[in-house]
Design a protein around this ligand. Structure first.
Ligand SMILES: [Zn+2]
Length: 197
């Protein structure tokens, strides 16, 4: 996650565990600058995806058994829980391990439909989804299966243009999707999806 992602995650997490802020502020009297703690947490979460980290905070909030007894363990625990939600690694020691992190070697990625993106840009929520060919080799072969002569014209997954749906569509995902669609570049939204008119 980026620095902004980290700030967003921290607010999200502290809304569930307000004691975190109090605990951090108290460390000052123990000779530890709260900003140093935040820096350490940010480093710990650098390779964690924002959405996965928020899901992990939710899991801790819902289940006391997952919540560590000490506040200093919150960030490492979130990182560990988030790993379970993260896309599986595609390579281990340089060897392909079978799974594409985005499609799980299925070749298709489930995304919000362009119709939904268009509606969202007008402030309307339309719950339509669409399977898009993945950017991986399996996805490439799917494209050829769909259009042998012009596989390049088959829509394929690009995180700049499509928003993947990893799990059930929760109210939170809906809100995030609406925000994502709103900030999507005009040109991307209209040129790229003109074929769906
Ligand atoms: Zn894939």
């Amino acid at each position: 996650m980026t620095r902004d992602d980290f700030k967003e995650w921290f607010s999200y997490h502290a809304a569930r565990f307000p004691g975190v802020r109090t605990w951090m502020a108290k460390q000052e009297s123990n000779g530890t600058n709260p900003n140093d703690i935040l820096d350490a947490w940010e480093i710990r979460l650098r390779f964690t995806d924002l959405r996965d980290a928020k899901k992990a905070s939710d899991a801790m909030f819902e289940d006391a058994a997952l919540t560590p007894s000490y506040y200093e363990k919150h960030a490492p625990t979130v990182a560990m829980i988030a790993q379970k939600y993260a896309a599986k690694p595609t390579y281990i020691d340089g060897q392909r391990t079978a799974l594409c992190g985005d499609c799980g070697d299925d070749g298709y990625v489930l995304c919000w439909h362009p119709e939904s993106i268009k509606a969202a840009r007008k402030g309307e929520l339309k719950r339509l989804t669409m399977a898009v060919c993945c950017h991986c080799d399996t996805g490439e072969s799917r494209k050829e299966g769909i259009n042998k002569r012009h596989p390049e014209t088959v829509p394929h997954y690009d995180p700049q243009k499509w928003r993947m749906i990893r799990g059930p569509i929760t109210p939170e995902e809906e809100t995030e999707f609406m925000e994502w669609a709103r900030t999507l570049g005009m040109q991307q939204a209209y040129e790229e999806f003109s074929q769906f008119e």
